[in-house]
Write a new protein. Structure first.
Length: 367
């Protein structure tokens, strides 16, 4: 085997010259797709809203700088070699050599230096984000997140009001400019908790509690998503996070802790009877102050006050609620409601239009 630098560079030059024009269209198309990475996207990790996301973005820039440095140096050497050792008319067979100690030491030490350059900020960021700056015992909010196929439950413990414990589903509220401690649990399979603008993802593992902390320094709405494939409806397992002022958050907590009122409208009252009786909706859902006390499905106590339905995939409107009740399988394939509830598995108990209208009217009173 010819082991000469000149031969190697000559071969590389030939390969590059042939591939350049073939790969050029691919490079152009890739650049077009990269242009789609805009901070204005609701799930962009470049549009940071809190200290965790900010530290992770800073780390990304460190790693990007190292990668760009390596790319520029390697590319420059490669092109220099291609032109410096290109074929000439009077070329003779190159000198046959074997090994170069200095060169081998150089390409061992240089990557090690680059690795250290990347490793130091990485380790610092990991440990800084792993330890909450304010625990529940020190006065900061704690939220237990339970992931299930394919929805979310959130249980709140606020040290400012330790007697008040609130549970809600598919929509998360946090006070702005405050540390929020997150405990992650899974009811079934592997999931992952991810709020791109606020913090990077952390896996949710069955039979284990993982912890993290988040903080939003900006009031507003943030998109969140399960970031680990968890079944057929994985892409439809999302939720919204709302960062509110402390006063607004306290009012929301008080509202979520209140029991559902008895509807006054006859149609809604009929829907309540169907929900708690013949149609057996109470067997899977919870509504405070009623016989519905199950946690098989999402908590519906104040479902009408939420902005989204079906774990963040539908706007909370009367039409969308009706569509969900008519055929949940068509909206979220594989969901347990469509495959286990008797109103969908037993033709004799199927919901008719008047019953759907009544249940929709009842659910819209749960504010």
């Amino acid at each position: 085997m010819i082991n000469s630098y000149r031969c190697i560079f000559f071969l590389l030059g030939g390969i590059i010259s042939k591939l350049f024009f073939r790969l050029l269209p691919v490079a152009i198309i890739s650049c077009i797709f990269i242009l789609g990475c805009t901070p204005d996207h609701p799930q962009s990790t470049f549009n940071v809203a809190g200290p965790v996301a900010e530290s992770q973005l800073t780390l990304f820039y460190w790693i990007l700088a190292a990668a760009v440095f390596v790319f520029v140096i390697v590319t420059a050497i490669l092109f220099w070699a291609v032109f410096r050792y290109r074929r000439k008319v009077d070329d003779k067979d190159p000198e046959q050599i074997h090994g170069n100690t200095k060169l081998e030491i150089a390409w061992t030490i240089l990557p090690a230096i680059i690795l250290v350059f990347v490793a130091i900020p990485t380790v610092i960021t990991i440990f800084d984000n792993a330890n909450s700056p304010c625990t529940y015992e020190e006065g900061c909010l704690e939220v237990t997140v339970e992931a299930a196929q394919w929805f979310w439950n959130f249980t709140y413990k606020d040290p400012s009001n330790p007697d008040l414990e609130v549970m809600t589903s598919n929509e998360m509220r946090i006070p702005v400019d405050e540390v929020v401690n997150i405990r992650l649990t899974s009811r079934d399979v592997l999931h992952s908790f991810w709020i791109p603008n606020i913090a990077g993802k952390l896996d949710i593992v069955p039979n284990r509690v993982n912890t993290m902390w988040i903080q939003s320094n900006i009031e507003g709405e943030f998109y969140a998503q399960c970031a680990e494939f968890c079944g057929i409806a994985h892409a439809l397992m999302s939720f919204r996070v709302y960062a509110d002022s402390r006063d607004e958050f306290n009012e929301w907590m008080k509202l979520q802790a209140t029991e559902a009122s008895i509807p006054a409208e006859p149609l809604a009252l009929e829907g309540k009877k169907l929900f708690e009786g013949e149609k057996q909706c109470y067997a899977c859902h919870k509504v405070l102050g009623t016989k519905a006390r199950s946690n098989v499905g999402p908590d519906l106590t104040h479902v009408a006050s939420r902005t989204q339905l079906a774990a963040g995939i539908l706007d909370n409107t009367q039409d969308n609620l009706r569509k969900w009740l008519e055929d949940p399988e068509s909206i979220k394939p594989g969901n347990k409601m469509a495959r286990q509830a008797t109103v969908y598995t037993d033709e004799t108990k199927k919901l008719d239009d008047p019953e759907i209208s009544a249940i929709v009217a009842y659910l819209q009173t749960l504010k």
